[in-house]
Design a protein around this ligand. Structure first.
Ligand code: NAG
Length: 331
């Protein structure tokens, strides 16, 4: 049988659909291959922890403030050591602990246009994600997750206008970030929160893509081409400078449950969130395409056409002279 025009059109429509889907996950795909080398903070630019003279010569743009978040003032014991390590090393920094109550009051007072979205986030972690972008935008300073301890003073990280941390194997995390107040990157983050506020049905994807690291990575990737000066640039703290080396800034004190065997899958997903998300997207896309195709076949069989009939045979094309002819195709 010669392929009918309808069949070709059907294939074309599917290609178009796949193209559209690919386009919408294009930023995600490019993130998989982004090595951040253009904006990485080179190890050589970071003075050794005891090179005080060199450190004191660095400019200071980011204000000396450390921000952390927790539900209330009683920090769980497993994180007290990490919290103390940062506070003890930075007695000359202002320390701000953002409890749920303080965080909500702050949003209500300074960003009331966001309060409704903030209150209606389905998971508390989403509020914890969002608040850190707002406080960095408002006060500037360095945000640190409670399970990150400080291994050395963060002064060299104050010499940039904004920085984020690269995760392995790909993407950007939001567990340690620094910025001057009103940095255009964080402004675009704030401006995007409502646009990205969608329920993806899968809690993991919803959290990641609405407020979490995946959201931040996509906004960052889209922000990159708009950077025009050193002030607007967002520098990237690379994994070796983040932890695990004598010159690294942070040490990770993850809660012990995180490392238990039964949590291995979740841990792996946490490490490979970008890959997981792309796979979930691809899976949904192929489900959609298969479902569409199956639907057309069933639909055609039910309406008593040959299964080989073109899925579009019941359409009347404006350019076909005779219009729709309800004849059974002979195969
Ligand atoms: C603080 O928050 C934690 C976590 O939500 C909760 O378990 C604890 O009871 C709270 N403590 C106080 C004093 O409210």
């Amino acid at each position: 049988m010669r392929p009918s025009r309808g069949l070709l059109l059907f294939l074309l429509a599917n290609l178009l659909l796949i193209g559209l889907l690919l386009h919408s996950v294009f930023t995600l795909l490019t993130l998989l291959f982004e090595d951040c080398s253009n904006d990485a903070i080179p190890a050589i630019d970071i003075p050794a922890p005891d090179a005080l003279e060199e450190i004191n010569k660095l400019p200071q743009y980011i204000p000396k403030i450390i921000h952390q978040t927790w539900a209330n003032e009683s920090i769980p014991e497993k994180w007290q050591k990490a919290q103390k390590s940062c506070r003890d090393l930075h007695e000359d920094y202002e320390y701000m602990l953002w409890t749920n109550e303080k965080a909500r009051n702050f949003i209500a007072k300074e960003y009331d246009w966001f309060l409704e979205t903030y209150d209606n986030y389905p998971y508390p972690i989403m509020r914890a994600d969002a608040i850190r972008y707002f406080i960095l935008n408002h006060y500037g300073g360095i945000y640190i997750d409670l399970d990150d301890g400080c291994e050395r003073r963060l002064d060299p990280l104050l010499s940039y206008h904004a920085w984020l941390r690269k995760t392995t194997p790909s993407g950007i995390s939001n567990d340690a970030m620094g910025s001057v107040p009103n940095h255009p990157f964080f402004k675009s983050v704030l401006d995007s929160l409502q646009k990205y506020n969608r329920n993806w049905q899968i809690p993991y994807v919803t959290v990641m893509y609405n407020t979490g690291p995946l959201f931040l990575s996509v906004i960052w990737k889209e922000y990159l081409p708009t950077v025009k000066s050193e002030e607007t640039r967002v520098r990237i703290l690379m994994p070796a400078e983040y932890n695990d080396h004598p010159w690294s800034f942070f040490g990770v004190y993850k809660g012990s449950s995180w490392h238990r065997n039964d949590a291995k899958t979740i841990f792996w997903m946490g490490q490979h969130w970008l890959l997981v998300t792309v796979v979930v997207f691809a899976f949904c896309a192929s489900l959609y395409v298969c479902g569409f195709y199956a639907y057309r076949r069933v639909h055609l069989r039910d309406s008593n056409y040959s299964a080989h009939a073109s899925p579009f045979s019941s359409w009347s094309w404006p350019w076909s002279k005779n219009g729709y002819k309800p004849i059974k195709h002979e195969v």
